[in-house]
Structure formats: structure tokens, C-alpha cells
Design a protein around this ligand. Structure first.
Ligand code: BTN
Length: 220
């Protein structure tokens, strides 16, 4: 994907910077990239620890319904180019052997989306996290990975749901989905055309649009 790159040193959040540029009349497309972030945001009100040495970026692009899935597929495919055996845990946590390597945050503003992603290239002091350095034993340059992600974003458009299912480690697993309005436990059997997870549980099959997903052991 050919778009303008806005490079920043240490800033609060690339999401916020992209939002400021949009508010000032810049409708993109562009990608804001920072060397480090002081107040980066994750999903569901969490923070994203962003020391120097990681890849932190936010795309400002036209909104599209399956953008989270497209970006998730692009991240996984780009990481695999560098020998990282990445997969997606629904909805779009990038993991290696169950440890979190990268996260995605999509924020919609009218007909635009700010699609942010953070990739741990070096170890971070976060429980349950891993990094490219830890899983490959070597360094990958942030710029090289960014270019690969932008490249994969171009191609992830055709037959996106098939590509999404192919990298989704959640399918076939017993899961617990934590939502603001409660918890759903069951077997993740598929994703529908909106990217919702179909979970077969005690109440039948439910289509779930968002939430935190935990992969359970079959006996849990
Ligand atoms: C998650 O909770 O898994 C999503 C994490 C998203 C973090 C990225 S880092 C770049 C961009 N700027 C932010 O403030 N957040 C996103």
C-alpha cells in the first residue's frame, strides 16, 4: 500500500497523532510511525507498553467493515516473511505459541478509520507477551516489517475471510469470550461474513462481534 509516512520520535500515541492530523484537515491516506509512545492505547481501555525498539504505527485510511481482519491477516503474513510463526487469536491478537506479539486497535471517525498496531520487536516487561527477538533469536528492523505489512495490506483484500480463517488459531478451540455484558463459553466453530465469531455453547450458536477471547483446554 503506497501511502505517506509521518515519522515521529517519542510521542503520546500514534492514534492520537493521526486523529490530530485528521482534525487539522489531513484526510490521508498516511501512516504515523513513532520510535516510542508514552501513552499508547490498547483495546478495551488498556495501555500498550511502547519502549524504543518496537514498531508502533497508525494508518489513516477510508473505513471498511473488515479492516480489522485485513490488518490482522497482513500482520501475520508479514511476520511470517521474517520467520515468525505468528497466528491470530480472535479477534486480532497476533500470537506465537499463545504469547502476544502484536496488537491492533481500530478507531472509526465518520468515513475514516485509524488503524493502529504495535509489534514487540524486542522483549517487553508484560506478562504473557513475547517479541520477535525472543521467537526468532534475531532482530528485525521496524522499517522492514512496516514495508512488509503495507505490502500485505494490498493483497489481503481478495477472499479476505478465507485468509482470515486460515490464520485464526481460535477456530475449533474451546473458548471463553469476555464481553462488557457477560461471558460466553463454548466451541469456536467459524467466523461469519462480518468477522463475528460463531460460538456453540449451552444457549446454541451465538455470533460475537467483540470481546476478549481466552483459549481454554478441552477439559476446562
Ligand atoms: C491491543 O490492545 O491489543 C491493541 C494494541 C494497539 C497498540 C497500538 S501501538 C500503535 C497505536 N497507537 C496506540 O496508542 N495504540 C496502537
Amino acid at each position: 500500500m503506497s501511502l505517506r509516512i509521518v515519522r515521529c520520535d517519542r510521542i503520546a500515541s500514534t492514534q492520537d497523532r493521526a486523529r490530530e492530523l485528521l482534525a487539522a484537515g489531513d484526510e490521508g491516506p498516511f501512516v504515523v510511525v513513532a520510535r516510542a509512545q508514552a501513552a499508547a492505547r490498547g483495546r478495551r481501555g488498556r495501555t500498550w507498553i511502547s519502549p524504543e525498539g518496537g514498531l508502533y504505527a497508525s494508518l489513516l485510511v477510508p473505513y471498511e467493515a473488515l479492516l480489522p481482519q485485513r490488518l490482522g491477516v497482513a500482520l501475520v503474513r508479514a511476520l511470517r516473511r521474517f520467520g515468525v510463526e505468528a497466528a491470530l487469536k480472535w479477534p486480532n491478537d497476533v500470537t506465537v505459541d499463545g504469547a502476544k506479539l502484536a496488537g491492533i486497535l481500530i478507531e472509526r471517525i465518520a468515513d475514516r478509520a485509524i488503524a493502529g498496531f504495535g509489534v514487540n520487536l524486542e522483549p517487553v516487561a508484560v506478562d504473557g507477551a513475547t517479541s520477535v527477538r525472543q521467537v526468532t533469536g534475531r532482530a528485525v528492523a521496524a522499517q522492514a516489517l512496516l514495508e512488509a505489512i503495507l505490502d500485505e495490506l494490498e493483497t489481503a483484500g481478495s477472499d479476505l475471510l478465507r485468509a482470515y480463517r486460515a490464520v485464526l488459531s481460535t477456530l475449533g478451540r474451546r473458548v471463553r469470550i469476555e464481553r462488557d455484558d457477560g461471558v460466553v463459553i463454548g466451541e469456536a466453530i467459524d467466523v461469519d461474513e462480518h468477522g463475528r465469531l460463531l460460538v456453540r455453547g449451552a444457549a446454541g450458536v451465538q455470533a460475537i462481534a467483540s470481546g476478549d477471547c481466552v483459549h481454554l483446554r478441552p477439559t476446562d
